[in-house]
Design a protein around this ligand. Structure first.
Ligand SMILES: [Ca+2]
Ligand SMILES: [Ca+2]
Length: 492
């Protein structure tokens, strides 16, 4: 009440001044009717009351703002301050502490997302750098090859004619020389999946004779007949080599392909969805017990491993090709996506025994064969070699390492023999192609766990899935795992 009277007095005085100023203007203005002294006092009182009401309203608004400001200020209260506040209502305090916790979680989550985004950006940047380096290397390799191609091609033709005139039976001459190995063609598959093919570079090998076809069942049968040799798939693993393995895991057998019951994404998850280790599957029974190679003696031998292949080669007075020799032979003086050109089909014809249909739930025969085909079922490449694309994978002599090319270009040399040491499949999977970090070989790696190179793709290489029937494609052969789609050919 006291403050209201004070406001009334001040406002009342202002009202009187204002009234006086109005009178000063005087002159011919139509003046309001004269008021009595009581009337004037009444008017001033009404005006003062109205203004006082407005001031109260303003004060209320200001109080509200102040209240809100105080509420906002609670945000600045630290968890520690909140916990120490003994006057605060415990219910409100708990709610505020929970809100603080949620806020901290949200901030942490945002930071994590930001970190991940930055990490991805960094990775993408590194990948772009890698792609650019690969593009430059391919350009350099192409230029280097273009400079020698004409002269080399003329020499190759003469050399092939001379050597092929006296070639060992079933073999053709692969002339020595330089070629562009690998690829930097990112359209050939998804980058991470095929990082082992990068970067493209020139490599030089000496000339050699190569089997025109994959080693057939008939040829392998002759070897077995002459030597009594037993393959790993027939013998199984030796307990003394693998003391930690259960007896069942030592059994002989091979991996056999089984279609999946329905469509699956082959890139996500394990290949064991369509492979199954089948005891009793051997080169004589490649689809498992009860199957046979009867009528298939001109098909490539399968279910053999590196040791079986080298034993055969030794008996035949030959050896397994190096990876560099194999790709030289497959390319036959060309650098194309496929051995026959850059298109998968020529006209509407398949040029190799590969996989058609949805992989791995279908096994169609658009190319004439669901499983292996007799060797020479498709046209030879320019140097007279058959099935260098598809039919069966061909084991090479080199150890497999996905980062091998990146290391090789730092120390290029003629007739490369591959990495000096083997890695296991776990180490292959752990390899980071963008960082280029090579896993260290495990010290206790059993010799048979080491990966060897396999080349050329097989009847299971899908045009839609792996496209590994390209000459640049590299794959690994697990020496302990003979499979239904892996064979070999020899050189000398
Ligand atoms: Ca086929
Ligand atoms: Ca082949």
């Amino acid at each position: 009440m006291r403050s209201k009277m004070k406001i009334l007095r001040i406002v009342g005085a202002a009202g009187i001044v204002s009234l006086g100023a109005s009178c000063d203007k005087g002159g011919d203005l139509a003046l309001p009717p004269a008021e009595s002294v009581e009337g004037k006092l009444k008017s001033a009182e009404v005006k003062a009351e109205r203004e006082a009401e407005e001031m109260v309203k303003k004060a209320q608004v200001e109080a509200q703002v102040e209240k809100q400001k105080n509420a906002i200020n609670l945000d600045d209260y630290t968890v520690d301050q909140l916990e120490k506040d003994t006057e605060m209502d415990p219910y409100i305090k708990n709610a505020l502490l929970q809100a603080k916790q949620q806020q901290a979680d949200r901030i942490r989550k945002k930071q994590d997302e930001l970190d991940q985004l930055m990490e991805r950006e960094k990775y993408a940047g590194k990948m772009l750098d890698a792609l650019e380096r690969e593009r430059v290397l391919l350009e350099e390799a192409n230029k280097e090859y273009a400079d020698i191609a004409k002269e080399q091609s003329a020499r190759e033709a003469t050399e092939r004619a001379e050597k092929n005139a006296n070639a060992p039976e079933g073999m053709v001459w692969v002339p020595g020389g330089k070629y562009v190995r690998g690829t930097s063609d990112t359209s050939a598959g998804h980058r991470q999946g095929y990082a082992e093919e990068y970067p493209a570079h020139t490599v030089e090998v000496d000339g050699f004779f190569m089997d025109a076809t994959e080693v057939t069942n008939a040829q392998f049968a002759k070897f077995v007949e002459a030597t009594g040799f037993k393959t790993l798939a027939e013998e199984g693993l030796k307990a003394e080599d693998f003391p930690m393995m259960r007896p069942d895991d030592l059994k002989g057998g091979a991996n056999v392909f089984k279609k999946t019951a329905g469509k699956v994404d082959p890139w996500v998850g394990s290949a064991w969805r369509w492979w199954s280790f089948t005891p009793g599957a051997t080169w004589r029974t490649p689809e498992g017990p009860g199957s046979s190679i009867e009528g298939k003696m001109d098909h490539p031998v399968t279910c053999v491993n590196y040791d079986d292949a080298t034993a055969y080669a030794k008996w035949a007075g030959k050896r397994l090709p190096t990876e560099a020799e194999w790709e030289r032979a497959a390319r036959a003086g060309q650098h194309q996506k496929f051995q026959w050109g850059d298109e998968m089909l020529v006209g509407d014809k398949w040029q190799a025994n590969v996989h058609q249909g949805n992989f791995p739930s279908e096994l169609m025969e658009d190319d004439g064969f669901a499983l292996t085909a007799p060797v020479k079922s498709y046209p030879a490449n320019a140097w007279g070699l058959y099935d260098m694309s598809g039919n069966v994978w061909e084991i090479c002599n080199d150890y497999f390492h996905p980062g091998y090319y990146s290391e090789f270009i730092k120390n290029k040399h003629k007739n490369p023999q591959g990495p000096k040491t083997a890695i296991s499949d776990q180490e292959r999977v752990a390899y980071d192609s963008v960082a280029g970090t090579c896993p260290e070989p495990r010290i206790d790696l059993p010799a048979m766990a080491g990966l060897r190179v396999a080349r050329g793709g097989s009847f299971l290489c899908s045009a839609e899935y792996c496209l590994r029937f390209r000459p640049a494609a590299r794959h690994h052969h697990e020496v302990m795992s003979p499979t239904q789609h892996t064979g070999f050919r020899c050189v000398k």
